[in-house]
Ligand binder design. Structure first.
Ligand code: OTU
Length: 675
């Protein structure tokens, strides 16, 4: 791969040609300064873009024409980009690490479940701000297919808001209001598939050549059978296999590639027309005010025989092209990879070697999420410490999304190597976790359900809200005061661990109030077959009213969480640009890791046990702290010491810093308001 800017004579000629042809269009539309800015950025990112497209599609006869068309779209989108967003682009170019600052805290929700509609979300911005949210991911809200729609991930129209939620105008207004309150909007770019009712699919069905080329279709089973040899199944339970027979398609009927449900048709990225469509869509979301685009199901974009058809090299070229294009047209917008893949594969979505700063800025840290739940069940830090030691270190310019739950299931994503290294038997441990989190394991505090149990492999994943998995549901049901207390401590402990790491912590709607599983989905025929709805409850605004009352359960959780967020916001030590160092604490029940920055170190210590634990006081020095320490979480008081050991309360977390240092951030919450 090119890792420097290479303008070969041919490339230069192509570039000049495009420049000559397109300049007049630019100058006719925009003021000269905007044109200059465009050209400067284009020149800067040309190589990334050209290399990616040339490698993917360079052997086509129409490559130059394709490139010219793409360029035309870039120009158009840039010309249409609203002025305030162009200012935001500049602002973010000056502060390229804006998303790594410690005030970044995300929140995910379904628009209807949270606030009814987009207008309702606007009315709830105060609530989000009270919590400290600076990044809002609204789950898919564009027009889905009728009937089951995979939680909105099966769309018939990418550019029309689901009518009961509002309109595109409402969405634009919301983006502006959020931005004025310092909140970045994240939207899903569902780029792997469309609903079979989408007009592209419908026209393919009718046999139109152009649209047949948008999908992977086969007239007989020979290729599908060959691919199936090495393809896993994402939803083995309710959508087995990866191909769907579509009778009458293009006359005779065809097999269509459907990784997810039979109504979600995978797009064919070996066809550059698909890239044009998706780039256009990217511009559409960027120009309506989205600041983060979530690349749904990113691993699946490229297919190759004899592989699992995930994480193929071409996927990273596509992302490189998308990113370069955005850097030119809308550099204020960043990409988030939704790639639920092992750590060694995940790192590639953020960039390795010559692709550093050419891939996504953000990616879900799925392994860490699963490890946190594993450590909560075993009350042991061994596995997570081992895995964090082995996980690839992130490079500059990107950040993990640290989360406990999202709208999906939890898969036990720790690697077999790490399990074996700490003396676990991989299958047994995963079975234990499934038993534990469905409450079947004797003494388990958790209440969840199995998702996509695969009798053939014995695999399964788990669904349930954070509160239910952490024991709140069972405790409340039994009316046991001390069990409720432990559940609340677990919920806050887990949040202290995701907030106490670098990257962007993201809270899933309802977790801030301890919302428990919502079993009502089973009465809705559209949802009954998908128990991920268990962890997609409706917001309970009655319960939210109790959030200031610390005698109430929601009050304890909400206030505990806002204190964590406030403490994080006031230190620079969790800034994404820093070293992450997992530590062996010397006590299996205590998880320890340090974050190191030029201005200081913070040591995170978490007791996963229901009983007090101790660690050697010298651990603070090993972590790089000297002398007296302060705890950012307890108003400064350091943990008590006895016989040279630090005392940690049951299920508690400490963020220790040097007693003398004042690594406090000047806190700026709101963006300035422009006229
Ligand atoms: C995503 O998840 C979404 O988050 C799901 O809600 C959708 O159902 C799905 O895509 C299809 O649009 O399999 O179990 O590596 O694992 O894309 C969740 C990424 C999923 C996949 C992921 C997928």
């Amino acid at each position: 791969m090119h890792n420097v800017f290479v303008m070969t004579p041919e490339v230069r000629a192509a570039f000049e040609n495009v420049r000559r042809v397109e300049s007049y269009r630019l100058e006719g539309w925009m003021n000269p300064r905007d044109v200059d800015v465009f050209w400067l950025r284009f020149e800067r990112y040309f190589d990334d873009l050209h290399y990616a497209l040339d490698t993917l599609y360079g052997d086509r006869a129409d490559t130059l024409e394709q490139f010219g068309r793409l360029f035309g779209r870039m120009v158009q989108a840039y010309a249409e980009r609203p002025d305030p967003l162009k200012v935001l682009d500049l602002e973010r170019q000056f502060t390229p690490r804006w998303f790594q600052r410690t005030h970044m805290v995300g929140y995910t929700c379904y628009t209807d479940q949270f606030a009814g509609d987009l207008e309702g979300v606007r009315d709830r911005i105060d609530y989000l701000q009270e919590l400290g949210v600076t990044y809002l991911h609204l789950m898919p809200l564009m027009q889905p297919r009728p009937g089951p729609d995979d939680g909105g991930y099966a769309m018939v129209d990418f550019r029309r808001v689901r009518p009961d939620l509002g309109t595109i105008e409402d969405l634009k207004r919301l983006a502006v209001d959020l931005s004025e309150r310092g909140i970045t909007l994240c939207l899903d770019l569902v780029l792997n598939h469309v609903a079979r009712e989408h007009h592209w699919a419908q026209r393919a069905l009718a046999g139109e050549e152009r649209y047949l080329g948008y999908f992977h279709t086969f007239s007989d089973r020979s290729l599908p059978d060959a691919y199936e040899q090495t393809l896993p199944e994402v939803f083995p339970d309710d959508a087995p296999g990866n191909f769907t027979w579509v009778p009458g398609m293009a006359g005779q009927g065809r097999w269509v590639w459907t990784t997810f449900h039979d109504y979600q048709w995978d797009l064919n990225y070996s066809n550059p027309e698909v890239v044009h469509e998706i780039v256009d869509l990217m511009f559409f979301y960027a120009n309506l005010g989205a600041g983060v685009l979530r690349l749904d199901a990113a691993p699946f974009l490229w297919k190759r025989l004899d592989t699992n058809c995930q994480n193929q090299p071409e996927v990273f070229l596509l992302i490189q092209a998308f990113r370069a294009i955005l850097r030119v047209v809308a550099p204020g917008v960043i990409l988030k990879a939704e790639a639920i893949v092992p750590p060694d594969a995940l790192i590639r979505y953020l960039g390795v070697k010559s692709t550093v700063e050419k891939q996504c800025e953000l990616a879900y840290d799925n392994q860490r999420m699963a490890l946190l739940w594993s450590s909560l069940a075993t009350r042991k830090a061994t596995l997570i410490t081992q895995a964090l030691h082995r996980a690839p270190q992130l490079l500059i310019g990107c950040a993990p999304v640290n989360y406990l739950r999202n709208h999906d299931d939890i898969g036990w994503a720790m690697t077999n190597e790490d399990l074996v290294a700490v003396g676990e038997t991989p299958d047994l441990h995963r079975h234990f976790l499934n038993d534990f989190y469905t409450g079947r394991f004797p003494g388990s505090f958790a209440r969840g359900a199995l998702f996509q149990e695969n009798p053939a492999t014995g695999d399964a994943r788990v669904t349930g809200t954070t509160a239910s998995l952490a024991g709140l549901e069972t405790a409340l049901e039994h009316g046991e005061e001390s069990a409720v207390d432990r559940a609340i401590r677990r919920i806050l402990l887990l949040h202290a661990l995701i907030l106490g790491a670098g990257g962007i912590p993201v809270i899933h709607m309802g977790d801030e109030l301890g919302l428990t599983n919502d079993a009502t989905y089973s009465r809705d025929p559209q949802r009954a077959g998908d128990n991920r709805w268990l962890n997609r409850p409706r917001m309970d605004w009655q319960r939210a009213r109790l959030r200031h009352d610390e005698r109430s359960v929601p009050g304890r959780i909400f206030q505990g969480l806002t204190r964590l967020i406030e403490a994080r916001r006031r230190t620079s030590l969790f800034h994404g640009f820093g070293l992450f160092q997992p530590l062996w604490s010397g006590n299996d029940h205590v998880l320890g890791y340090a974050r190191k920055r030029p201005e200081g170190t913070v040591l995170v210590l978490a007791n996963l046990e229901e009983h007090p634990q101790t660690v050697e006081a010298a651990l603070t020095r090993h972590a790089g702290l000297s002398g007296e320490t302060r705890d950012l979480l307890s108003g400064g008081a350091p943990p008590p010491q006895r016989h040279g050991r630090l005392q940690l309360d049951a299920l508690s977390c400490r963020w220790l810093v040097d007693g003398s240092a004042e690594p406090l951030y000047p806190v700026r919450t709101d963006r300035r308001t422009r006229p």
